[in-house]
Design a binder for this molecule. Structure first.
Ligand SMILES: Cc1cc2nc3c(=O)[nH]c(=O)nc-3n(C[C@H](O)[C@H](O)[C@H](O)COP(=O)(O)O)c2cc1C
Length: 316
């Protein structure tokens, strides 16, 4: 929520946000802390879609009810998380090879939930035909949207998206589809628009974390924002505000450093001296040193535009 709030104050062009997933729990265990990230008073001002991960319809319905009480009218069900511990419990992408379980879950949930349901899927665990087998099940329910990330779970975040497999899924889905995956430049975005002209929704991920100007580049009507102030100044004020927000909310150097190091994993990509800065930051254990390194490097940095030679996060 800190990131979402700061982002929206400094960059234009997003239409909505999806919150990181919340795990469903038994009704009696819905601790208010679990919902802190999506409390309306913590929101950025943009429409927010909360996301749940789980495989028990009763728990999902309970939590969806609590979210509806907070004012949310759409809940996304995560069927895409590729991490093995999640998959092993048949949650996230672990449910993709089990159309019967998905069917039983949606049957219960869609009947009883007071708001709209959307789902986020991958192509399968290891086998991309799994999504194709799941689609007839999805088509039976009044889902608000199906967000498709055309990678398998085994791929995690590596390799490339499979646009042919996406096309096949898109043609088979009788529901509104949102494309997600590897949108890192206006050029790639345009190529998707040309290949899939009827898709109205695109979800951005790491590309936007690396280049917060991406929506302004994608939407021609927003190009004037790029000219107002230098890109580095905008990055610096965004950074300073986010850092201050974490410092106010977290206790001690380590948690703040953890958040800020994650932030630079992506955002250092387009800085001329980003790689050098990030190497130094990774070793830093003190916030004062962190601030000195960032200040020194941002003073010298240039923003390198939107086609970096490589994406460092893919190498992790
Ligand atoms: C660190 C990290 C955390 C993520 N958390 C979530 C999440 O909570 N819910 C979700 O639907 N996707 C999550 N994703 C996946 C992204 O939403 C997106 O599907 C994925 O990164 C592919 O899109 P991209 O290539 O544009 O980044 C996460 C990805 C990363 C790298």
């Amino acid at each position: 929520m800190h990131y979402r709030r700061a982002f929206v104050r400094h960059f234009q062009g997003l239409d909505a946000e999806m919150a990181p997933f919340i795990s469903t729990v038994d009704a009696e265990r819905i601790n208010p802390k679990l919902l802190k990230d999506v409390l309306p008073e913590n929101n950025s001002g943009l429409p927010l879609i909360p996301q749940l991960i789980g495989n028990k319809a009763d728990d999902f319905v309970q939590m969806a009810g609590a979210l509806h009480d907070l004012g949310y009218n759409e809940i996304n069900w995560n069927l895409g998380c590729p991490h093995k511990p999640i998959r092993r419990k048949q949650r996230g992408a672990g449910l993709l090879p089990h159309p019967d379980r998905v069917d039983a879950f949606l049957d219960q949930v869609c009947e009883r939930i007071p708001c709209k349901v959307s789902v986020k899927v991958r192509l399968g665990v290891a086998d991309k035909s799994e999504l194709m087998e799941l689609i007839p099940v999805l088509n039976r329910y009044p889902l608000n949207e199906v967000v498709v990330h055309p990678r398998t779970a085994e791929q995690m975040y590596t390799g490339t998206v499979d646009l042919d497999a996406f096309e096949e899924a898109f043609q088979a889905l009788e529901l509104p589809v949102c494309y997600n995956g590897d949108i890192g430049s206006a050029t790639f975005f345009q190529s998707l628009k040309e290949r899939f002209p009827t898709i109205g929704r695109f979800m951005l991920g790491r590309g936007l974390l690396a280049n917060p100007f991406l929506c302004e580049e994608i939407k021609p009507a927003l190009s004037h924002f790029r000219k107002c102030e230098s890109s580095i100044d905008r990055i610096a004020t965004f950074h300073d505000e986010l850092l201050a927000s974490y410092e106010a909310a977290l206790h001690g150097d380590q948690p703040v450093l953890g958040k800020m190091k994650e932030f630079w994993t992506y955002l250092s990509t387009y800085l001329s001296n980003g790689r050098k800065m990030f190497k130094k930051l990774k070793k830093t254990q003190r916030l004062a040193t962190y601030k000195a390194i960032v200040g020194e490097h941002l003073a010298d940095a240039e923003w390198m535009g939107s086609e970096p030679p490589e994406k460092p996060w893919n190498k992790q």
